[in-house]
Ligand binder design. Structure first.
Ligand code: FAD
Ligand code: NAP
Length: 555
């Protein structure tokens, strides 16, 4: 049963130790860990259920691109031994069922208030507490806030003239209806060719009478090779989980267990390199980018992988002009999130599918009857916006957050997000971010990164309680140093060469800053552990004059 709602005018609940915003995988695990410490926590979630990403993104074909046996919590061995993933890449419905199972199994719902958006969070310097106000008009106070608001949770509709004029159905992949959307017999337009589009296009094409894909930037995609998992495959993971999880956390840059690349692309002959790419293409999945250790660093090395994929596109797509347009030529492979597909390129061989290259004919406007690109009208019954998210900072920015001296986080981040370790931002004491900008976050298997952040925050709060401390804040210097380091590492790679959402480039007016930390989850974890071991170096911790240490409220 979900937590009771506070009604307008009702006396606010003032006695939470922690308010958590968001009930995706981050918020759910945070709640579980805080309970383990004996702290009181309340989660506010604007959706009507748990699961975050997997609650909202119900578009056809939605599934994970990190293998299910790895895209899952590791904190409970019973859970990982008992849960049966059905496919190599679980579909959205199964991941959502898993999230619900976790909520039930750990009895999380009694502290989660659904259908409630956090609108503002204001720090009271004298009381050293946060007050949050919520969309139901209520307010609550807490000593700490954890923003588990998600990096890809703020679906972005593009600003295109005439959006309101369209008479047919409009859907955004990131905000999909909770009923089945049937495109049978319809003329459908999909705008975008990112991961969401690339997953949904082959399925929509099978249903729709006609599908028109509006592509602004061609993207690299590798085959998923999705398949049912056999019991033997599941058992192999279960038997080896301790080592698989350890390696994913400590040794892999992206938190995905695989054989790490030991050589660069030019350490192999042309033939051997091609064989390596072929083997990875046949195996399928994101680990294609682990073929060599310099693909993200050296443009010439990267070109060998990019050329290989372009060659595959030319092999698959029968119309050479369409194949050419589908071949990415504007960014290094991997500098935008590489996509993982089932029959994406082959879909363009279907008679009912058309590709519109917006580089030749940009969208002029949406009309009552469809989309006008250049001076051509494409009549449509439905438009799917697979146009992505205001990523990493978008959901945080929607909350009015006021820290010391009334300063707003949006004001502070006007030129781009600034954090220490992606965990805290100076001037905003006792406010933690999960997978925030400046942490590996979206460049990783995100459950690995979520677990690491949650556990670090929980350990930090336990330390503060043990020491009788009630306030923690990133120091200005440590934050400046970290931001400089994040930039330095990013600009040593090819990533900033792409107009990606990692750079904020997909949102007009958003500052161009490379937001995630590219140093790898293993290196990053070690840095965070060292910081903690050195007494939370770079953070300023204090006790109130009349001490108000945490855990005064029993759970
Ligand atoms: P979310 O799951 O985004 O949850 C955040 C929650 O916070 C949301 O439910 C939101 O409603 C709520 N919220 C936000 N603001 C407020 C507010 N002001 N008040 C109340 N509630 C609020 N990552 C991988 O590692 N592997 C994958 O295969 C993968 N596939 C993905 C597929 C899709 C379609 C998308 C969009 C993302 C994918 N990701 C993947 C990234 C995915 O977002 C993370 O893996 C993970 O689910 C994030 O969990 P989270 O709890 O941090 O955030
Ligand atoms: P995305 O990668 O940002 O892709 C959005 C697409 O829409 C891009 O092709 C973009 O073109 C296009 N677009 C945006 N505005 C447009 C406009 N005004 N006109 C024309 N085209 C426009 O978003 P996403 O596909 O939703 O994926 C976001 C992230 O979520 C992924 O990178 C991944 O991390 C995660 N995800 C994962 C999976 C998975 O496989 N498990 C599935 C979905 C999402 P430009 O490139 O030119 O900007």
């Amino acid at each position: 049963m979900a937590a009771p709602r506070l009604r307008t005018g009702e006396r606010p609940t003032i006695c939470h130790d922690v308010v958590i915003v968001g009930a995706g995988f981050g918020g759910m695990y945070m709640l579980h860990r805080l309970r383990g410490l004996g702290l009181t926590a309340r989660v506010f979630e604007q959706g009507s259920g748990v699961g975050g990403t997997w609650y909202w993104n119900r578009y056809p074909g939605a599934r994970c691109d990190v293998e299910s046996m790895q895209y899952s919590y590791s904190f409970s061995d019973e859970l990982q031994q008992q849960w049966d993933w059905s496919e190599r890449y679980a579909p959205q419905s199964e991941i959502l069922a898993y999230a619900n199972h976790v909520a039930d199994r750990f009895d999380l719902r009694r502290d989660i208030q659904f259908d409630t958006r956090v609108d503002s969070a204001v720090f009271d310097e004298a009381a050293r507490r946060w007050t949050v106000t919520t969309s139901d008009g209520a307010s609550a106070t807490a000593q700490f806030i954890v923003l588990a608001t998600g990096c890809l949770s703020n679906a972005k509709m593009p600003e295109i003239d005439g959006l309101g004029d369209f008479k047919g159905q409009i859907h955004h992949t990131g905000h999909w209806p909770h009923r089945e959307v049937d495109f049978s017999g319809l003329r459908v337009g999909v705008i975008g060719t990112g991961s969401s589009a690339i997953q949904s296009i082959p399925i929509i094409a099978e249903q729709a009478r006609r599908l028109t894909v509006f592509q602004r930037t061609a993207n690299f995609s590798v085959p998923a090779r999705n398949a049912k998992l056999t019991e033997d495959e599941r058992q192999w993971f279960r038997d080896n989980y301790p080592e698989i999880r350890r390696k994913a956390r400590e040794e892999m840059r992206n938190g995905i267990f695989t054989e790490p690349p030991e050589k660069g692309a030019f350490d192999d002959s042309d033939g051997a390199r091609r064989q390596n790419y072929e083997a990875r293409w046949s195996r399928g999945g994101l680990t294609f980018m682990s073929a060599y250790n310099n693909l993200a660093l050296d443009k010439a090395a990267n070109d060998t992988a990019a050329d290989f994929i372009r060659g595959k596109i030319a092999d698959i797509v029968r119309d050479p002009d369409v194949a050419k347009r589908l071949q990415p030529d504007s960014h290094p492979v991997g500098s935008k999130r590489i996509c993982v597909d089932t029959d994406y390129y082959a879909t363009f061989n279907r008679d009912n599918v058309e590709l519109v290259d917006l580089r030749d004919t940009p969208i002029a406007r949406i009309t009552a009857d469809g989309i006008r690109a250049g001076d051509i009208d494409y009549p449509l019954d439905a438009i799917v916006f697979a146009t992505g998210f205001d990523a990493m900072t978008g959901s945080v920015a929607k909350i009015e957050i006021r820290g010391r001296e009334g300063r707003t986080l949006n004001g502070k981040w006007a030129e781009g997000p600034r954090t220490y370790l992606g965990l805290m931002s100076e001037g905003f004491p006792n406010l933690f971010l999960i997978t925030g900008p400046g942490s590996p976050s979206v460049l990783s298997n995100m459950i690995v990164s979520i677990e690491q952040h949650v556990e670090w925050i929980a350990d930090c709060l336990a330390h503060m309680r043990d020491e009788g401390l009630d306030c923690i804040e990133a120091s200005r210097q440590s934050e400046d140093d970290w931001v400089a380091h994040v930039n330095e590492v990013a600009y040593g790679t090819l990533y900033p060469q792409a107009n990606s959402w990692y750079m904020g480039a997909n949102v007009p007016g958003k500052p161009r800053v490379f937001m995630p930390y590219i140093g790898g989850v293993g290196v990053y974890r070690q840095i965070c552990n060292d910081v903690a071991a050195k007494g939370y170096q770079g953070f300023v911790m204090s006790a109130a004059p009349r001490s108000n240490p945490i855990a005064v409220h029993s759970a």
